[in-house]
Design a protein around this ligand. Sequence first.
Ligand SMILES: *Cc1c(COP(=O)(O)O)cnc(C)c1O
Length: 410
Amino acid sequence: MTKVNDNFLKLQKSYLFVAIAQKVKAFKEANPSAKVISLGIGDVTQPLAPAVIEAMHKAVDEMTDTKTFRGYGPEHGYAFLQDAIIANDFKPRGIELTRDEIFVNDGAKSDTGNIGDILGKDNTICVTDPIYPVYIDSNVMSGRAGEIVNGLWSNVSYMPCNAENNFTPEIPDHKTDIIYLCYPNNPTGTVITRERLAEWVEYALRHNSIIMYDAAYEAYIQDETIPHSIYEIEGAKKCAIEFHSYSKTAGFTGVRCGYTVVPKELKAIAADGSEVELNGLWERRQSTKFNGTSYITQRGAEAIYTPEGKKQVKATIDYYMANAKTMRQTLTGLGLKVFGGENAPYIWFKTPGGMSSWEMFDKMLNEAHLVCTPGVGFGPSGEGYIRLTAFGQHEDCLEAMERIKKIIKL
Ligand SMILES: *Cc1c(COP(=O)(O)O)cnc(C)c1O
């Protein structure tokens, strides 16, 4: 019989969102008249910017004429989008990149999951805890995570992120080959300072490690001192791959577009001891397994960088950040310990009175008819925390805060 990839059988079931859905369903059946509000939405809710819609309509019309029709595009992405990315996301921050260092894709999840294709199986991995699950599961699938012992993977080092270290992990005292960092962070909504990020770059350069930097939420940064890209740190081009996404930036969760930066200077070692440029390997991997993002989508993404596009996209981010501010103020006013929500669309708060994440989830659902996400679902260090997202409607957010005020007495 044909054999399966046994690594897939090692994957742990993702109980979190299934368990939440079951509890919400049971509650609604028992309380059919209750108006349940979700503060757990992990998806954007506001429509695409008019400038994006207009650009996409125009691109569709081009498809109707043999003279302007587009078939297969460059696997790397169209030059018009790469140029807009370089000119807007990097040049103003003093970062020089060339077109062939930008790989346009169908979103950050694909590339954060696929990037391991070009790296050896026996590299060690380091992740923050709590974490976006893709980083670990993709390494389990490729056999790089090792074996699971008491819920932790044997080849993975976990860096706890908690209130004590302000949700930025300590620099490890041992060498690891691949480090995943995501800032602004999902799920904690916290950021990393330039100084701390520079320490990570220094660590990676010293150990010849590679940092996988997920910048999916950089557009939410409000504080000017916080870096938007790891390449703002000197030397990072020699040790980091960076993932960007238009999903949270511009509501592209359904449209699908993002890009990955693989600098030419970034090298890793081959079995024969020679140093190899990863840019060339990723280029080969993409042109074999990926056939590009649609022309229509890339025209839509390009429009985000026009003056109107920028204004419209910012208005939507401001809308979500107003929700975040409302939540932060209310919860802080109740005396809760609240993190995030200032440079990210996520609020992360400590449950009152030492309740577990799930106890607090049940209390919010049963007493306030609110759905949240238990922090423990993102990793052991998330126990005792709750994640709220700012992606809902503002009226719902206001109502949710009124309800929370009634159930939390410290
Ligand atoms: C939402 C999200 C992404 C973006 O994923 P897409 O595939 O681009 O939609 C990437 N990283 C993190 C941590 C996210 O939360």
